[in-house]
Design a binder for this molecule. Sequence first.
Ligand code: ATP
Length: 203
Amino acid sequence: MLTIGLTGGIASGKTTISNLFSSHGVPVIDTDILSRHLLDIDQPGYREVVQHFGNKILQSDRQINRRQLRVLVFSDKNQKKMLETLLHPMIFEETQHRIAQHSASYIIVVIPLLFKTRFQSLVDRTLVVNCSESTQIERLISRDDIEIGLAREMIAQQWSNEERLSLADDIIDNDRNHDLETGVASQHKKYLSLSYPTTGIER
Ligand code: ATP
Protein backbone atom coordinates (compact mmCIF):
# COMPACT_ATOMS: atom_id res chain seq x y z
CA MET A 1 0.00 0.00 0.00
CA LEU A 2 1.22 3.44 -0.96
CA THR A 3 1.16 5.98 1.88
CA ILE A 4 0.76 9.63 0.85
CA GLY A 5 1.57 12.37 3.36
CA LEU A 6 -0.66 15.39 2.72
CA THR A 7 0.66 18.63 4.15
CA GLY A 8 0.40 22.39 3.76
CA GLY A 9 0.21 25.62 5.75
CA ILE A 10 -2.51 26.49 8.20
CA ALA A 11 -5.93 26.87 6.54
CA SER A 12 -4.44 25.97 3.16
CA GLY A 13 -7.17 23.35 2.64
CA LYS A 14 -5.74 20.04 3.90
CA THR A 15 -9.05 18.90 5.42
CA THR A 16 -11.05 20.03 2.39
CA ILE A 17 -8.70 18.11 0.11
CA SER A 18 -8.64 14.98 2.27
CA ASN A 19 -12.47 14.99 2.22
CA LEU A 20 -12.35 15.00 -1.58
CA PHE A 21 -9.97 12.00 -1.54
CA SER A 22 -12.43 10.30 0.84
CA SER A 23 -15.20 10.85 -1.66
CA HIS A 24 -13.15 8.74 -4.11
CA GLY A 25 -13.18 5.95 -1.49
CA VAL A 26 -9.60 6.56 -0.35
CA PRO A 27 -8.94 5.93 3.36
CA VAL A 28 -7.80 9.06 5.20
CA ILE A 29 -6.01 9.36 8.52
CA ASP A 30 -5.94 12.93 9.82
CA THR A 31 -3.32 13.44 12.52
CA ASP A 32 -5.10 16.66 13.56
CA ILE A 33 -8.18 14.60 14.39
CA LEU A 34 -6.05 12.06 16.26
CA SER A 35 -4.47 14.85 18.28
CA ARG A 36 -7.91 16.29 19.10
CA HIS A 37 -9.06 12.87 20.37
CA LEU A 38 -5.96 12.66 22.53
CA LEU A 39 -7.14 15.86 24.23
CA ASP A 40 -10.57 14.46 25.13
CA ILE A 41 -11.24 14.16 28.84
CA ASP A 42 -9.02 11.56 30.51
CA GLN A 43 -7.19 10.59 27.32
CA PRO A 44 -3.38 10.43 27.73
CA GLY A 45 -2.84 13.78 25.98
CA TYR A 46 -5.45 15.45 28.19
CA ARG A 47 -3.65 14.44 31.34
CA GLU A 48 -0.26 15.63 30.07
CA VAL A 49 -1.58 18.95 28.78
CA VAL A 50 -3.54 19.79 31.94
CA GLN A 51 -0.55 18.85 34.05
CA HIS A 52 1.66 21.23 32.06
CA PHE A 53 -0.68 24.15 31.30
CA GLY A 54 -2.77 23.97 34.47
CA ASN A 55 -6.51 24.24 35.14
CA LYS A 56 -6.66 27.65 33.46
CA ILE A 57 -6.84 25.79 30.16
CA LEU A 58 -10.06 23.99 31.19
CA GLN A 59 -13.65 25.00 30.53
CA SER A 60 -16.30 24.67 33.25
CA ASP A 61 -17.25 21.21 31.88
CA ARG A 62 -13.57 20.06 32.36
CA GLN A 63 -12.97 19.90 28.60
CA ILE A 64 -9.76 21.52 27.35
CA ASN A 65 -10.55 24.86 25.76
CA ARG A 66 -8.91 24.08 22.41
CA ARG A 67 -9.33 27.56 21.02
CA GLN A 68 -7.60 29.06 24.06
CA LEU A 69 -4.85 26.44 23.84
CA ARG A 70 -4.30 27.19 20.16
CA VAL A 71 -4.05 30.95 20.76
CA LEU A 72 -1.75 30.34 23.73
CA VAL A 73 0.74 28.20 21.85
CA PHE A 74 0.74 30.36 18.75
CA SER A 75 1.63 33.41 20.86
CA ASP A 76 4.49 31.65 22.71
CA LYS A 77 7.09 29.58 20.85
CA ASN A 78 8.26 27.73 23.98
CA GLN A 79 4.74 26.64 24.86
CA LYS A 80 4.21 25.51 21.27
CA LYS A 81 7.37 23.42 21.44
CA MET A 82 6.26 21.96 24.77
CA LEU A 83 2.82 20.99 23.42
CA GLU A 84 4.47 19.29 20.43
CA THR A 85 6.91 17.44 22.69
CA LEU A 86 4.01 16.16 24.79
CA LEU A 87 1.73 15.08 21.97
CA HIS A 88 3.88 14.07 18.98
CA PRO A 89 5.06 10.68 20.29
CA MET A 90 1.44 9.69 21.05
CA ILE A 91 0.18 10.88 17.65
CA PHE A 92 3.07 9.13 15.87
CA GLU A 93 2.34 5.81 17.53
CA GLU A 94 -1.41 6.03 16.85
CA THR A 95 -0.82 6.99 13.20
CA GLN A 96 1.56 4.07 12.68
CA HIS A 97 -0.98 1.72 14.25
CA ARG A 98 -3.83 2.99 12.05
CA ILE A 99 -1.81 2.84 8.80
CA ALA A 100 -1.06 -0.82 9.54
CA GLN A 101 -4.80 -1.55 9.75
CA HIS A 102 -5.46 -0.53 6.12
CA SER A 103 -4.96 -2.52 2.95
CA ALA A 104 -6.23 -0.17 0.19
CA SER A 105 -4.26 0.71 -2.95
CA TYR A 106 -3.17 3.87 -1.25
CA ILE A 107 -3.95 5.92 1.81
CA ILE A 108 -3.83 9.65 2.58
CA VAL A 109 -2.32 10.72 5.89
CA VAL A 110 -2.82 14.40 6.75
CA ILE A 111 0.27 15.62 8.62
CA PRO A 112 0.55 19.41 9.11
CA LEU A 113 4.19 19.28 10.32
CA LEU A 114 5.30 16.53 7.95
CA PHE A 115 8.68 17.96 6.94
CA LYS A 116 9.71 19.02 10.44
CA THR A 117 9.14 15.67 12.10
CA ARG A 118 9.90 11.97 11.93
CA PHE A 119 6.39 11.49 10.47
CA GLN A 120 8.22 11.60 7.13
CA SER A 121 9.38 8.06 7.86
CA LEU A 122 5.74 6.87 7.69
CA VAL A 123 5.05 8.03 4.12
CA ASP A 124 6.17 7.00 0.64
CA ARG A 125 5.30 10.28 -1.10
CA THR A 126 4.43 13.82 -0.10
CA LEU A 127 1.55 15.89 -1.48
CA VAL A 128 1.81 19.60 -0.66
CA VAL A 129 -1.05 22.11 -0.87
CA ASN A 130 -0.10 25.22 -2.79
CA CYS A 131 -2.02 28.24 -1.56
CA SER A 132 -0.94 31.89 -1.29
CA GLU A 133 -0.52 33.50 2.11
CA SER A 134 -3.22 36.05 1.35
CA THR A 135 -5.73 33.25 0.70
CA GLN A 136 -4.62 31.44 3.87
CA ILE A 137 -5.15 34.64 5.90
CA GLU A 138 -8.57 35.23 4.34
CA ARG A 139 -9.71 31.64 5.07
CA LEU A 140 -8.25 31.62 8.57
CA ILE A 141 -10.01 34.84 9.55
CA SER A 142 -13.32 33.74 8.12
CA ARG A 143 -13.18 30.18 9.53
CA ASP A 144 -11.81 30.92 13.01
CA ASP A 145 -13.09 34.47 13.48
CA ILE A 146 -9.69 35.82 14.55
CA GLU A 147 -7.88 39.13 14.12
CA ILE A 148 -5.72 39.63 11.04
CA GLY A 149 -2.63 40.17 13.28
CA LEU A 150 -2.99 36.73 14.86
CA ALA A 151 -3.62 35.12 11.46
CA ARG A 152 -0.39 36.69 10.14
CA GLU A 153 1.52 35.60 13.24
CA MET A 154 0.28 32.01 12.89
CA ILE A 155 1.44 31.88 9.28
CA ALA A 156 4.77 33.57 10.05
CA GLN A 157 5.56 30.88 12.64
CA GLN A 158 5.25 28.14 10.03
CA TRP A 159 7.50 27.24 7.17
CA SER A 160 6.98 29.32 4.05
CA ASN A 161 5.06 27.78 1.16
CA GLU A 162 8.26 27.89 -0.91
CA GLU A 163 10.10 25.74 1.64
CA ARG A 164 7.32 23.15 1.68
CA LEU A 165 6.93 23.14 -2.09
CA SER A 166 10.65 22.61 -2.59
CA LEU A 167 10.37 19.29 -0.75
CA ALA A 168 7.13 18.11 -2.38
CA ASP A 169 6.89 15.02 -4.55
CA ASP A 170 3.47 16.22 -5.72
CA ILE A 171 1.68 19.58 -5.51
CA ILE A 172 -2.02 20.37 -5.45
CA ASP A 173 -3.18 23.94 -6.12
CA ASN A 174 -5.84 25.31 -3.81
CA ASP A 175 -5.67 29.04 -4.31
CA ARG A 176 -8.66 31.04 -5.47
CA ASN A 177 -9.87 30.12 -8.95
CA HIS A 178 -8.35 26.66 -8.97
CA ASP A 179 -10.56 23.70 -9.77
CA LEU A 180 -9.82 21.64 -6.69
CA GLU A 181 -12.04 18.69 -7.58
CA THR A 182 -10.24 18.21 -10.89
CA GLY A 183 -6.87 18.52 -9.11
CA VAL A 184 -7.81 15.81 -6.61
CA ALA A 185 -9.24 13.54 -9.33
CA SER A 186 -6.01 13.82 -11.27
CA GLN A 187 -3.83 12.99 -8.23
CA HIS A 188 -6.18 10.10 -7.40
CA LYS A 189 -5.63 8.64 -10.86
CA LYS A 190 -1.88 9.06 -10.52
CA TYR A 191 -1.75 7.37 -7.10
CA LEU A 192 -3.86 4.45 -8.31
CA SER A 193 -1.49 3.92 -11.21
CA LEU A 194 1.56 4.18 -8.94
CA SER A 195 0.08 1.67 -6.51
CA TYR A 196 -1.13 -0.70 -9.23
CA PRO A 197 2.13 -2.63 -9.68
CA THR A 198 2.14 -3.53 -5.99
CA THR A 199 -1.55 -4.26 -5.36
CA GLY A 200 -3.34 -4.51 -8.67
CA ILE A 201 -6.73 -3.66 -7.14
CA GLU A 202 -9.27 -0.84 -7.14
CA ARG A 203 -8.47 0.51 -10.60
P1 ATP B 1 -5.81 23.72 9.41
O1 ATP B 1 -4.38 23.99 9.06
O2 ATP B 1 -6.31 24.76 10.37
O3 ATP B 1 -6.05 22.33 9.88
P2 ATP B 1 -6.68 23.09 6.74
O4 ATP B 1 -5.40 23.20 6.00
O5 ATP B 1 -7.20 21.71 7.03
O6 ATP B 1 -6.68 23.94 8.07
P3 ATP B 1 -9.32 23.65 5.71
O7 ATP B 1 -9.96 23.61 7.06
O8 ATP B 1 -9.57 22.53 4.77
O9 ATP B 1 -7.75 23.89 5.88
O10 ATP B 1 -9.70 24.99 4.96
C1 ATP B 1 -9.62 26.24 5.64
C2 ATP B 1 -10.88 27.04 5.33
O11 ATP B 1 -10.85 27.39 3.96
C3 ATP B 1 -12.16 26.25 5.57
O12 ATP B 1 -13.15 27.13 6.05
C4 ATP B 1 -12.51 25.74 4.16
O13 ATP B 1 -13.90 25.56 4.01
C5 ATP B 1 -11.98 26.86 3.28
N1 ATP B 1 -11.52 26.36 1.98
C6 ATP B 1 -10.55 25.44 1.75
N2 ATP B 1 -10.39 25.22 0.44
C7 ATP B 1 -11.28 26.01 -0.19
C8 ATP B 1 -11.61 26.26 -1.56
N3 ATP B 1 -10.99 25.63 -2.56
N4 ATP B 1 -12.60 27.14 -1.83
C9 ATP B 1 -13.23 27.79 -0.83
N5 ATP B 1 -12.97 27.62 0.48
C10 ATP B 1 -12.01 26.75 0.81
